[in-house]
Each structure stands twice: as structure tokens, then as C-alpha cells.
Design a protein around this ligand. Structure first.
Ligand code: GDP
Length: 451
């Protein structure tokens, strides 16, 4: 699998302009050129390329609105999490509001961190106001840079400077020792800890905590019937009571970090509450980051207890409707409380893992491609006044986890989004890749080239 990207967290008090900066960076240079269908525009993490280096920017308040509330402790937690989980931290302050006592407290936490930190003094919209950065030297953190999220001035330079301070090489943690790397993700309180503890508590399971391979990561290794699974980044998930209270279970940062290191993500939701926007954001993020995934509908006992068939139908319909843009996602119902459905969880994870690691021979791919074009011809490409059919030549797989394919055709730009989706869906159907994100890269080859 590809190595995890370094994570740059954007932290700060509410209303200092974190989201404006996040969106500006995201719009500046998105490393992922191809749009993934079914992915919401409302992002938590964004892959950007800074001076040739790819990093993941994370909007730390992205999954938990409370983290961006006026509650001081929520911001404090957000900063502690960034210290625990990020590789670099962009600390955003408000140049118009000046330095606030709360920021002194946050800085005290940040000074303990060994990760690179840059203070971005935002809302410096005109050069004459540059002097407003001076106040912030009292934070005892550096470097301090004036930026304007609104106008963009200084912003990209500040990010470049921060990324340049990252240690060379990628973040560790993409260890490929054959064990299946699984992440249990979802918003807080959906039952992630309960599920992990149930799985780890089952008979014929060998559990071992693998000491921090990356930063403060704690991985749990489970061996079941000869199959090895590594549950990545479980800090806060194992053994309730001993969990680190600073690590929020289900925060944007922890979710991003775990899926960067995993091949398969089990996205948990709470059946009692129904499928929420936040659940969909987690699912979209997981797919966008190339992790194979299933939706695990937990707390099924709650729905069953209501004993209302209409209620169950309503829940199923809502899930089906909201999953439509990613309708291949496998869905299972479980109860971490009663144990219902738990026996299906690991086999499903293994099936997804095997599918994500697939290597499809070029000959089989080309049969698939011929079949696709026969079923559904791509629309014509307009060349000046003359319209010409788009011709596909061949396809080949370049990577696994996620499976990535290169398709050569006469006019990649003319291929429409719906045709790309058709190809992806046919690929999933033909090669049994439900739940696995596939990447199609279209390359141009001219028709009269002889090879
Ligand atoms: P996490 O934040 O996602 O790790 O969630 P926890 O595992 O801490 O669970 C949150 C709450 O939901 C706890 O009170 C659990 O006992 C409860 N819970 C977890 N799974 C189930 C379930 O399947 N059914 C019911 N009724 N409650 C559950």
C-alpha cells in the first residue's frame, strides 16, 4: 500500500479563519486531479502538494462541531489531539482580535510538542497592519507569519515554510508484514471501543498491543483462526477507563490518521440514531483516501427492541438512499452489546482486504474493457466541427490498495463523469470489488501511433 502522508493539522480558536485557510489551501493545489464520484464537497481532509511534497491538511473541527464551539476545553482538546496525532501544526490566530489569554494556554501546550509549529496571524489584509503580528511573539512559538485567508496573501508561503520544517521522508506506519490493517472509525459514541473490545475478547483470539510504530499510535494485533489482523491507531479505543482522555474517539484527526495507515476501514454508525451527515462524511473520506470499507450498522439491538417494522424499513431506506453515490458499499448489522453479527465482521474485513490487494492480469482487463465499450460506447469527442468516436486501446493495473488502472484512449478529456462511473462500476462488478475504491487514470494515445 502507499505510504501514509504526513498530516498537517490546522488548529485555533473558533472564528479565527481556520476553514477559510483550509479551503484556500485546498483550492490552491489539489494533488488529486480526478474527481471521485459520490464524494461530498464538504471535506475534512485535503491532500495538497506543497513544493513537490504531498501532505494531508486536516480541518480538526471537521467531524465534531463541538470542537469548534466556544467551549474553551473543546479547543484545548483539539490542540492536544493535534499534538498527539499530527506531524505539523498550523496554529491560526486572529490579528484583528489580538492575543487572547486562551491562546496563551494553547501555546503552553504547543510548546511541549516536538512537531513543527507555525503561527499564522490571520486577517492581516493590508501590509500596513503587519505590525499586528508583534503581539504574538509573547506566545513563545515560532515562526510567526502574517496571512490573509480572505485575500490569500502570505498563506501559501506560510504553509510552505511549515511543510519544509517536516522531517524528510514519509510518515512511518505503512508496514507491510502481511497482516491485514484495519481501522475502526466513525463519529464519537457509535460503539467503536465496544466493537474492538468484543472482537478482542472473543475466544481463540490472540491480542497484543503493538507499541507505537508511529507517534503515539497503539495498534492491536488480533489473530483469529490463523488470520492476522492489525487494528491501527486504537489509542482511546481499548479498555475503557484506561483510555487517554485527551484522545477523542472519532475526531477528524484520529480518523484521518487511522485510515492513512489502514487497508480496510469499518465505518460504524448508530442504528438508534439513523444515518447522519457525519456518518456520510466519514464514509466519503474513507473512500476518497483509497481505503476499502463497509458500513457497520451498530446498536441493532436498539432498533429491534422498538419492535416496529416500519422503523426498520425507514432506517434501511434512509441508508440505501444516502449510500446511493457509493452503493457498492457492503452494509452489515451488528450489536456490539449483544454480540449479534459479530462473527461476520472479520471475514468481511478480510474479503475487503483481499479485494483491495487484487492484481488483475492485463489480458483480463482488456477483455473487460472491450466488453464495456461494446455495452456502452463512450460519447463522441468534438474535434473542431468534426465529431469523432473516442477509441480505447488498452488498460493495465499500475497499483494495488487501492487498485489503480491506467486506460489509454484517444481523448481522455472528452470522457464524461457518467462514463467514468460506468467503467468503475463494471470493474467492481466484473472483479468482485464491492466496497473497494478503484482509481482510473485516463491517458491519451493517438490513433495513428504504431507500437
Ligand atoms: P466509541 O466512542 O465509538 O468508541 O463508542 P463506545 O464503544 O464507547 O460506545 C458508546 C456507548 O454506546 C457506550 O455506552 C456503549 O455501551 C454503547 N454501545 C456500544 N455498542 C452498543 C450496541 O451494540 N448496542 C447498544 N445498545 N449500546 C451500545
Amino acid at each position: 500500500m502507499s505510504a501514509p502522508l504526513p498530516i498537517v493539522a490546522i488548529v485555533g480558536r473558533p472564528n479565527v479563519g481556520k476553514s477559510t485557510l483550509f479551503n484556500r489551501f485546498a483550492g490552491h493545489k489539489r494533488a488529486l486531479v480526478e474527481d471521485q464520484p459520490g464524494v461530498t464537497r464538504d471535506r475534512i481532509a485535503e491532500e495538497v502538494e506543497v513544493e513537490g511534497r504531498r501532505v494531508l491538511l486536516v480541518d480538526t473541527a471537521g467531524l465534531d462541531p463541538a470542537a469548534d464551539s466556544a467551549i474553551a476545553s473543546a479547543v484545548q482538546d483539539q490542540v492536544r489531539e493535534a499534538i498527539a496525532g499530527a506531524d505539523a501544526i498550523l496554529f491560526v490566530v486572529d490579528g484583528q482580535a489580538g492575543l487572547l489569554p486562551q491562546e496563551q494556554e494553547l501555546a503552553a501546550e504547543l510548546r511541549k510538542s516536538t512537531r513543527p509549529v507555525l503561527v499564522a496571524v490571520n486577517k492581516i489584509d493590508a501590509p500596513v497592519h503587519a505590525g499586528r503580528t508583534l503581539d504574538f511573539h509573547a506566545l513563545g512559538l515560532g515562526p510567526i507569519r502574517a496571512v490573509s485567508g480572505e485575500h490569500g496573501s502570505g498563506a501559501w508561503d506560510a504553509l510552505e515554510e511549515l511543510v519544509a520544517a517536516l522531517p524528510a521522508g514519509s510518515a512511518p506506519g505503512g508496514e507491510a508484514d502481511g497482516a491485514l490493517r484495519v481501522a475502526i472509525v466513525g463519529r464519537p459514541n457509535v460503539g467503536k471501543s465496544s466493537l474492538l473490545n468484543r472482537l478482542a475478547g472473543a475466544e481463540r483470539v490472540v491480542v497484543s498491543d503493538v507499541p507505537g510504530t508511529t507517534r503515539d499510535a497503539i495498534d492491536v494485533q488480533l489473530e483469529v483462526d490463523g488470520h492476522r489482523h492489525v487494528f491501527v491507531d486504537t489509542a482511546g479505543l481499548r479498555r475503557a477507563g484506561r483510555r487517554d482522555r485527551h484522545v477523542e474517539r472519532g475526531s477528524a484527526l484520529m480518523t484521518v490518521r487511522a485510515i492513512e495507515r489502514a487497508e480496510v476501514a469499518l465505518v460504524l454508525m448508530d442504528a438508534g440514531e439513523g444515518i447522519t451527515d457525519q456518518d456520510l462524511r466519514v464514509l466519503s473520506l474513507v473512500r476518497e483516501r483509497g481505503c476499502a470499507c463497509a458500513l457497520v450498522v451498530n446498536k441493532w439491538d436498539v432498533v429491534e427492541k422498538r419492535d416496529d417494522p416500519g422503523d426498520i424499513r425507514f432506517l434501511d431506506d434512509a441508508i440505501e438512499r444516502r449510500l446511493r453515490p457509493m452503493s457498492d458499499t457492503p452494509v452489515i448489522r451488528i450489536s456490539a452489546l449483544t454480540g449479534r453479527g459479530l462473527g461476520r465482521v472479520l471475514p468481511l474485513a478480510r474479503r475487503l482486504g483481499a479485494a483491495a490487494r487484487i492484481r488483475i492480469p492485463t489480458s483480463a482487463l482488456n477483455r473487460w474493457l472491450t466488453d464495456c465499450v461494446e455495452r456502452h460506447e463512450p460519447a463522441m469527442a468534438s474535434k473542431g466541427v468534426r465529431k469523432r468516436p473516442i477509441k480505447f486501446f488498452y488498460a493495465t493495473q499500475t497499483e494495488a490498495t487501492p487498485p489503480t488502472f491506467l486506460l489509454f484512449c484517444t481523448d481522455p478529456k472528452a470522457i464524461q463523469a457518467h462514463y467514468r462511473r460506468f467503467l468503475e462500476n463494471r470493474l467492481r462488478e466484473t472483479f468482485d470489488l464491492a466496497g473497494v475504491p478503484v482509481r482510473l487514470r485516463l491517458r491519451r494515445r493517438s490513433e495513428d501511433r504504431h507500437e
